[in-house]
Design a protein around this ligand. Sequence first.
Ligand code: B16
Ligand code: MG
Length: 220
Amino acid sequence: MKPQAVIFDLDGVITDTAHLHFLAWRQVATELGIGIDEAFNDTLKGISRPESLRRILRHGGKEGVFTQAECDKIAARKNALYVDSLQTLTPNAVLPGIRELLQALRTERIKTGLASVSLNAPAILQALQLTPWFDFCADAAQIQRSKPDPEIFLAACRGLDVNPRECIGIEDAQAGVEAINACGMRSVGIGVNLTGADLLLPTTECLTWSRLSTFWQHDK
Ligand code: B16
Ligand code: MG
């Protein structure tokens, strides 16, 4: 028995753009007189851009200080800084083991999907030269709710025409693991500080088809 599809998160699973998000948010936050560090940035993983800004303002005690139009402008400025930093992204930035896994899934005829809430996901896949390896990428622009809501994973399942219960989801963020679990998929967490994942692997290097296949057959 094999899963019908494997659905990937982008940031932290396929490539590590979390640091680039951090640098852009830190610059914008500093301009607003708010300090953020990498530990705080970890809590923004898998969280949409507007919701990330809300959390940063709350963190800095500035919730409700800015109008919606001002918030939109701040978020746009962060995105401009972030998009600029994406110019440094090349195919070398694909995390270890990911290309091999995508190759193995194609050989096994298992569908592949992307469930990223990043509006920049298509450009990132393009820069990594990974676009042709995905059968369907859920469109973050159509999503109303950020992870931990399962909406983005369910959209990926719909686009792939698969049953969530027959799929594996891979995530590096706590909110993402909760989103996978909430739609009945089997969850694989990447990292050490995650709770609730059906399978927890320390790095993407351990993310082989052989490991996923054993997990699917024995832990399902
Ligand atoms: P953007 P994922 C998420 O990507 C990031 O983890 C999160 O930090 C970011 O705020 C969010 O995308 C939105 O990204 O500003 O580019 O639209 O983990 O769901 O792949
Ligand atoms: Mg992530």
